[in-house]
Design a protein. Sequence first.
Length: 317
Amino acid sequence: MSAEKQIATIPAEFAGLRLDQALARMFPEYSRSRLKDWLLSGAITVQDGPKRPRDAVSGGERVSLEPQAEINVRAEAEPITLAISYEDDDLLVVNKPAGLVVHPGAGNAAGTLMNGLLHHAPALEEVPRAGIVHRLDKDTSGLLLVAKTLTAHTALVRLLADRDISRHYLAVCNGVLTGGGTIREPLARHPVDRKRQSVQQNGKPAVTHYTVKERFAAFTYVSVQLETGRTHQIRVHFAHRRHALVGDQVYGGRLALPKGATDELIQVLRHFKRQALHAARLTFEHPVSGQVLDLEIDPPKDFQTLIDIMRRGFGEV
């Protein structure tokens, strides 16, 4: 179902602008690419007849915009239990458990977070990617932001692109870090293993900030803040520094049991089969109300247990 038609007049001061530039200023709730698509498909019309995005405007033209629902989700709605940390008419934040895939894909056609979201809020089928604004890896737990309307989705994607959504993670890495710091290493798809990412000088800029929360004899508990949000960024950056995350089956290599570890710690390390990474906090300005939302969630039981046993297994350094 399409949103209500909007009629507007191009302001005189826009004279000389390209039509797509004028539309972007008149309808900031929609992205320029979406407005261009609607113009080309006829969902946006200008009184003087068909116009191309690059055509200059004179000012005073009457524009009709009929927003189109983007039904591009192929996933089926499924009654999957979701832990909702926050929800209103415009957005929701899910506390995703480790092991839950976010989007359907090869080998995961059903049982994903997207399937559950479509059951929880069927109108999400009209929002790109069912409203999912950013991703978490399957085995990463924590907070994930979802837009419930097209307007909210456009605004939140812009906030993310402008780095105005603060994302904090908790992680446990191998080795003892002497202090906090920043990792600035560009990332790109691995040249051989296309399912992995790697540090490459011709890759996209990637910046990860971290501080030390606790040190143990062979591990470090860290707080991480993303400045950029590349695929697998935290995992690749820490592995590149030879401090791969505990349990990381892709970037961590073979499990090395530290000397002096208790039997209890050895057992938990052997059975911790996911990266020790938790999306703990999201802070951003609500796209409609302007209220600053600051949401935080504790790590799940397996992560907490790992930390507790590390404390007992070595004692804090």
